[in-house]
Write a new protein. Structure first.
Length: 297
């Protein structure tokens, strides 16, 4: 990917339509690129770059960070923003108030700490850090734990998402499996899995949810989203969904603490179980593993 934003390169033999909009390059009524139209308009190299960008057609236009060349926030550029805001507040009285600047900073800091912190649960006081362990750990009373797994076949592009929701006694409440086609990378597959899990938690109107995942790519993507601009829309959809959850935490854990959800999504690839569903309880074929994890101290 390019290190900074630029317009795509047109084919030398193509007619340049100066009124062309990004929305004109989508298949009508679908959140998918029109590959034929892309190939007719742009160079092969840029077509491949465009196809790596996941569109989000329902997302409203937003502002970009105009104080850096790559349009992403950096701590160094924050000083420039402060000087600009001070000038506008003192002389123009036209833009950001002190309250809005602080509120936005606090909101972004909360997201960072919730994603990065693996020792506490938001909204619940825990005196001691969560113990390191190689097996699944029950959540505190009053909380639910959702383990998220992901699998990806680089040859077919098929990816699988699986999650299992359990209470403080380790009793399985719900589980789900979903298949995704045309996933271009493991990172995209892992993000789709998280999106599906968080979306499900929101739709079920749950609160006090601890989400656990074993994907390094997932952790990197949420902590440094500006490094993965081709997946920006996918990452933003996840973060927006988090705002709709009441008290949540996302924790990175070892694979041994995420065995059940991993087994669910691996079955999509290995056994080609592409039927997507959400069901009560846990999968019967994993009941022994679920029971042993619930009984582990």
């Amino acid at each position: 990917m390019d290190t900074s934003a630029r317009p795509p390169m047109y084919r030398q033999d193509s007619l340049v339509d100066l009124t062309l909009k990004v929305c004109d390059l989508f298949i009508p009524n679908a959140c998918m690129w029109d590959k034929d139209k892309l190939r007719e308009t742009f160079t092969p190299e840029d077509v491949e770059r465009i196809l790596m960008i996941k569109p989000w057609i329902t997302r409203p236009n937003d502002d970009v960070w105009g104080l850096t060349n790559h349009l992403a926030y950096t701590t160094q550029s924050a000083y420039k923003l402060l000087s600009v805001s001070k000038y506008e507040l003192g002389f123009e009285n036209s833009r950001s108030s002190a309250f809005s600047c602080v509120t936005k900073s606090v909101e972004e800091a909360n997201i960072w700490f919730q994603v990065n912190n693996d020792t506490c649960v938001p909204g619940h006081d825990i005196a001691q850090p969560l113990p390191l362990s190689d097996h699944w750990i029950r959540p505190p009373m009053g909380f639910l734990k959702c383990n998220i797994g992901s699998a990806w076949d680089h040859l077919s592009g098929l990816s699988g998402a699986g999650w299992l929701l359990r209470d403080h006694q380790g009793t399985p409440l719900n589980h789900s499996r979903r298949a995704f086609s045309e996933s271009t990378s493991r990172r995209e597959a892992d993000l789709n899995s998280l999106l599906w899990a968080v979306e499900s938690m929101v739709n079920m109107r749950l609160k006090n949810v601890i989400l656990e995942a074993s994907s390094i790519e997932l952790r990197e993507s949420l902590l440094e989203p500006h490094q993965y601009l081709e997946l920006k829309s996918l990452i933003e959809r996840i973060l927006l969904l988090f705002f709709r959850l009441d008290s949540w935490s996302l924790i990175h854990v070892q694979g041994s603490r995420n065995r059940v959800s991993t087994a669910i999504d691996v079955s999509i690839i290995a056994d080609f179980r592409t039927q997507s569903y959400v069901a009560t309880g846990g999968p019967s074929w994993l009941s022994h593993t679920i029971l042993s994890e619930a009984q582990a101290v």
